[in-house]
Design a protein around this ligand. Structure first.
Ligand code: UDP
Length: 244
């Protein structure tokens, strides 16, 4: 598709972070909602059409979180985090399967070696895949415990020279207080890194956020359930909250 002002991406290469929770079907209790994967495939297709290179990072919170496991049943934190990272592999493979069935070319790259299942993450190889128009799915977070997939997003985004991180969650942006608990919560359209930090807006965990701030990486927080939201964000249209 030729680039016109209407479909010219503002961001040439992005990291799309999808929280594990965004994959869950709350109504049925299924960890991975098939219809979310289908929608995601269509969103990603629309990004490919406008020529944006996409690396996806999936969380694992719909299946397991190390800290929660430690609190709930005393699972050793490192073991729990390893379990959490494996949960992201399960989600990533589910996404890979769906993207391929939708006719989209993709590669799964893992931070924890498991060469029968996925390629190892090698920065140069990842950028090569992206340049060739493949969607790259990064799984197993950073490969280290005591980290999150938000941190992995910030890290990988810097490593592959992404222009922005799109953080897709169940909430449609960054609010001054929890919109689930407070009816008068106000959503920000745009906020600077410094203001988000100062007001403790909780865009990402502190380590992930500071990596983005230090490298002036824009973050767009948007809702997974809003059709077309990802493309709008990539085109630079107003959607969710822009942290820049
Ligand atoms: N995790 C980890 N290191 C990483 C990324 C993830 O140990 O680099 C573990 C951690 O236990 C985390 C879980 O994997 O709780 C799932 O990731 P996350 O909580 O970031 O998923 P999300 O909240 O996005 O669904």
């Amino acid at each position: 598709m030729p680039a016109t002002s209407a479909n010219k991406p503002k961001y040439r290469r992005i990291v799309l972070k999808i929280s594990g929770e965004a994959l869950r079907n709350d109504a049925t209790g299924e960890s991975i909602d098939s219809s979310v994967l289908d929608r995601l495939a269509e969103e990603l297709r629309s990004l490919q059409k406008i020529g944006t290179q996409v690396a996806v990072i999936v969380g694992g919170g719909n299946i397991f979180r190390g800290l929660a496991g430690a609190r709930a049943n005393g699972t050793d934190r490192t073991t729990g985090d390893n379990m959490g990272m494996l949960a992201t592999v399960i989600n990533g493979l589910a996404l890979m399967d769906r993207l391929e069935k939708a006719g989209l070319e993709c590669r799964v790259m893992t931070a924890i070696p498991m060469d029968r299942i996925a390629e190892p993450f090698i920065q140069r190889r990842a950028t090569r895949h992206l340049e060739r128009g493949r969607i790259v799915i990064f799984v197993a977070g950073t490969g280290n415990p005591y980290c999150t997939t938000d941190y992995a997003s910030a890290l990988r985004a810097n490593e592959i020279g992404a222009d922005a991180i799109l953080k897709a969650t169940k909430v449609d942006g960054v609010y001054d207080k929890d919109p689930m608990k407070h009816k008068d919560a106000k959503r920000y359209d745009r906020v600077s890194h410094a203001e988000a930090l100062q007001k403790r807006l909780g865009v990402m965990d502190a380590e992930a956020f500071s990596l983005c701030e230090a490298n002036k990486l824009p973050i767009i927080v948007l809702s997974m359930s809003e059709k077309g939201a990802v493309k709008k964000a990539v085109l630079g249209q107003r959607i969710g909250t822009l942290v820049a």
